[in-house]
Design a protein around this ligand. Structure first.
Ligand SMILES: [Zn+2]
Length: 339
């Protein structure tokens, strides 16, 4: 069979077209301390400096062997753009959102006038461009962003889940705003050379909100991003944390090309629960990839591959202390896998 470039291979695999072999790609965060040491671009600077961000993303390819480059490494730049308080990360920890800005519709009005070129969002867009100019012909350029449900939660804070249950008017208004922001941001990424989008919506999990709320508060907003990307021929992958087994059929209705599942999901069951999307996952990022040995990675990878996974990948973001040898083994298992 024809040998594809990594870019063509992922393009085809995500669209269920025949490929020569499985692409070795990670849709969740890829950076580790060992990669930082190898390339000289470190957290936390690599979260806010476009050149360093691109350099560290590149290490996923040059050091680990991943067949794509992906930015950014966290999911707080979006909330930061809208004025949320951020606890800075360090060498090993990602930044986190600690102060929220939207309690009501009035607060929402105040953040509606935003500029995508400002703050870290602007830097991420720059990094996408740097990577695309260097690798765009050969490698998939993956952009990732927080999904509308989790972004609304970041903006609204601790009241979010309570507000869902009491049906506060700020909930649909905020989700609508977040989804439109996601679409505008994703389109800007495409303009800068992104060809595949990972939507990371960790808390829109069946485990937390159940199917009825997912259908009402997550599905239509995630679908808006997917639809906009389809018009631009950009593939989408949706990652949601936790045990999403019983929510997969509804997640599939977003029309995403791939659904990235957590290590708590049984792959064979997951495949049976979807009609359209391919299932991506789900090596345990802590027990196997971080704390395991390459031999243990191999055993776990074989299990996931034998279950028929569409693309072998970590079940969530890679832990920063993960050894390079384990990630290289994951890549090796993917590349050597015979369909
Ligand atoms: Zn996750």
């Amino acid at each position: 069979m024809t040998e594809y470039t990594p870019k063509e291979r992922l393009y085809r695999a995500l669209r269920k077209q025949p490929v020569d072999r499985m692409p070795a790609v990670c849709f969740t965060q890829t950076a580790t301390v060992e990669q930082m040491e190898a390339c000289g671009a470190y957290w936390p600077e690599a979260h806010e400096d476009a050149e360093k961000m691109a350099t560290l993303a590149e290490a996923g390819h040059t050091v680990i062997g991943l067949e794509a480059v992906r930015v950014p490494f966290d999911i707080t730049a979006e909330a930061e753009l809208f004025g949320c308080g951020i606890k800075a990360g360090d060498l090993k920890q990602q930044p986190s959102v600690i102060k929220h800005v939207v309690k009501n519709l009035e607060d929402l009005e105040k953040i509606k006038d935003y500029n995508l070129n400002e703050g870290r969002i602007g830097k991420i867009l720059e990094a996408v461009k740097i990577l695309s100019e260097k690798y765009g012909k050969e490698l998939p350029i993956l952009g990732s962003m927080i999904g509308p449900f989790s972004l609304a939660q970041h903006l609204n804070g601790d009241a979010w889940f309570g507000n869902l249950f009491t049906g506060e008017e700020v909930v649909p208004a905020l989700l609508d705003f977040c989804a439109d922001f996601n679409v505008a941001y994703a389109k800007a990424m495409v303009e800068n050379g992104m060809d595949t989008l990972a939507i990371i919506d960790p808390t829109a999990s069946y485990e937390l909100i159940g199917g009825e709320f997912y259908e009402k508060y997550a599905l239509p907003y995630q679908k808006r991003i997917v639809d906009a990307m389809k018009e631009l021929n950009v593939a989408t992958v949706l990652h949601i944390c936790g045990n999403t087994t019983n929510g997969l059929a509804i997640m599939d209705k977003t029309g995403v090309n791939g659904i990235s599942v957590d290590q708590r999901v049984d792959i064979a069951t997951a495949i049976g629960n979807v009609e359209n999307a391919i299932i991506i996952g789900n090596l345990d990022p802590v027990a196997v990839l971080w704390n395991g040995t390459p031999e243990e990675v191999e055993v776990a990878a074989k299990k996931v591959l034998d279950a028929g996974v569409g693309l072998l990948s970590p079940g969530c973001g890679i832990v920063s202390m993960t050894p390079t040898a384990n990630l290289q083994k994951m890549v090796e298992c993917t590349i050597n896998h015979k369909y």
